[in-house]
Design a protein. Structure first.
Ligand code: HAM
Length: 431
């Protein structure tokens, strides 16, 4: 029986693993540059944790299991609930703000499609304990800082930003009942993802009053913050949320990334816990799903039994990002899947053990080294050494290593030296 890999998963053969490392090394470097500390949590949690606040979409996509003790568990589809649980547990001991990042492996039983798989990696940045919009700006900034650092230009991608707080105030001003808001967000979030007729149908099921329906449709097509007032009368709550958004855009411009950022009222987000600023980064050319998404979630810690502490963050998956990096030719491929200081070549069986000994002694001295299991001709071995990205080759053969000397070939310059074994080891072990 031939066993296949599971639908929606990936096998990371070394060249793909190198791409994954390139992406994750970049995430890590930018997180650190922006002052975030790394954390992680368990790969599974109690099922209930995701049922409390993540929203129906994520709950439908959970991989869940019952352990031998009858406990209902789920593999993490996101790490934000884990973060909220962890911060709550040490809330009095943690210096604030908590500025943490993580790069968890996540699983969602989603229909596999371009850019969406059942297992993926997601870069998370979160700031907990700061309620003002400088923290919102920092999360968006760090996100763009990374995307810019790998080569995306303002013509390639945009951070589309809106506010759930503002949208809620506007919908309430239009007469939508507060208890209908969450269901409505789920539909409004689909606006850009499904055909417009399907969106109109879904909306019409929720909003039965044709006048309100028409206003909501007009609102969802508004292009600038200044255009909102002509569609919906601004209540004090709506005005203050709108002013907050304006301040955020001013900050983003002052931070030098204004040309990557724009207002887009259609950004609502699928997750239930967002309470304020929401944003997604999209590519501007194709029809790919979001590169990343996030926002402010001021009630999640309280909903998980902790104090009311505000929070803001974002998650970026590796899948859409990798597609875009390839499309824009931004992956510095081919990646070296291994890099060696020394490659040891025995040219005949009599030197096989010496090759192992030299490789072992080099490794014990902290150098990367490997040896050939074969004793075939020198030209072939040198090719193999070059393919392994070795810097030097140690050639062992009766006609080479004479009088206790070693033959060391610099594979970059092609130059060959013949130090005595003592000289060679002195240079390695004293360095
Ligand atoms: P999310 O919108 O569910 O938010 O996911 C954020 C990003 O994760 C997406 O934009 C996408 O890049 C990636 N992603 C999601 N599902 C998949 C999938 N099936 N395959 C590949 N990539 C995927 C969250 O997860 C929030 N917890 C983010 C957050 C952190 N908000 C605040 N802090």
């Amino acid at each position: 029986m031939k066993i296949q890999s599971v639908k929606g998963t990936r096998d990371f053969y070394p060249p793909l693993m190198a791409v994954r490392n390139f992406i994750m090394d970049g995430w890590k470097a930018v997180s650190r540059r922006n002052g975030f500390e790394e954390y992680d949590g368990p790969i599974f949690e109690y099922l209930q944790m995701y049922q409390v606040k993540s929203g129906d979409e994520i709950v439908e996509q959970l991989f869940h299991l019952t352990d031998r003790g009858g406990r209902e568990l789920a593999i993490r589809p996101e790490i934000t609930p884990t973060l909220a649980r962890m911060v709550n547990e040490q809330i009095n001991a943690l210096p604030r703000p908590v500025k943490w990042f993580s790069m968890p492996r996540l699983c969602r039983a989603e229909r596999p499609q371009k850019g969406r798989l059942r297992e993926f990696f997601q870069w998370n940045l979160d700031i907990i304990g700061i309620s003002d919009c400088r923290a919102d700006a920092e999360v968006i900034f760090a996100t763009i800082n990374y995307l810019r650092s790998v080569g995306f230009k303002p013509a390639d991608i945009a951070a589309k930003i809106s506010s759930r707080k503002m949208l809620a105030a506007l919908l309430l001003a239009l007469g939508v009942q507060p208890d209908r808001l969450t269901a409505l967000y789920t539909i409004l979030d689909k606006k850009a993802k499904i055909p417009s007729e399907a969106f109109a149908e879904l909306l019409a099921v929720q909003i039965t009053d044709p006048a309100v329906l028409q206003k909501i449709q007009a609102l969802m097509s508004v292009e600038s913050l200044d255009g909102i007032g002509s569609i919906v009368p601004m209540t004090p709550d709506a005005q203050s949320a709108l002013d907050e958004l304006k301040t955020l855009f001013e900050l983003l411009a002052a931070m030098g990334i204004g040309d990557y950022c724009r207002f887009d009222i259609a950004i609502v987000r699928g997750l239930a816990y967002y309470t304020g600023m929401v944003f997604e980064v999209h590519d501007l050319c194709g029809d790919l799903r979001a590169v990343c998404g996030g926002g402010r979630y001021d009630n999640l810690l309280r909903d998980f039994g902790g104090p009311a502490v505000s929070a803001v963050g974002m998650g970026m998956g590796d899948c859409v990002l990798e597609i875009l990096l390839r499309e824009k030719d931004l992956l510095p491929e081919p990646f070296a899947t291994r890099c060696l200081d020394y490659f040891i070549v025995p040219l005949d069986p009599a030197h096989e053990q010496t090759a192992v000994q030299i490789a072992a002694r080099l490794r014990l001295a902290g150098r990367s080294a490997d040896f050939s299991y074969k004793t075939s001709g020198l030209a072939k071995q040198l090719k193999f050494a070059t393919a392994s990205n070795a810097r030097f080759c140690v050639i062992l053969g009766d006609e080479f290593a004479r009088d206790g000397r070693l033959v060391i070939k610099d594979l970059t310059s092609g130059q060959q030296t013949t130090p005595t074994a003592d000289e060679f080891w002195a240079s390695i072990e004293s360095a």
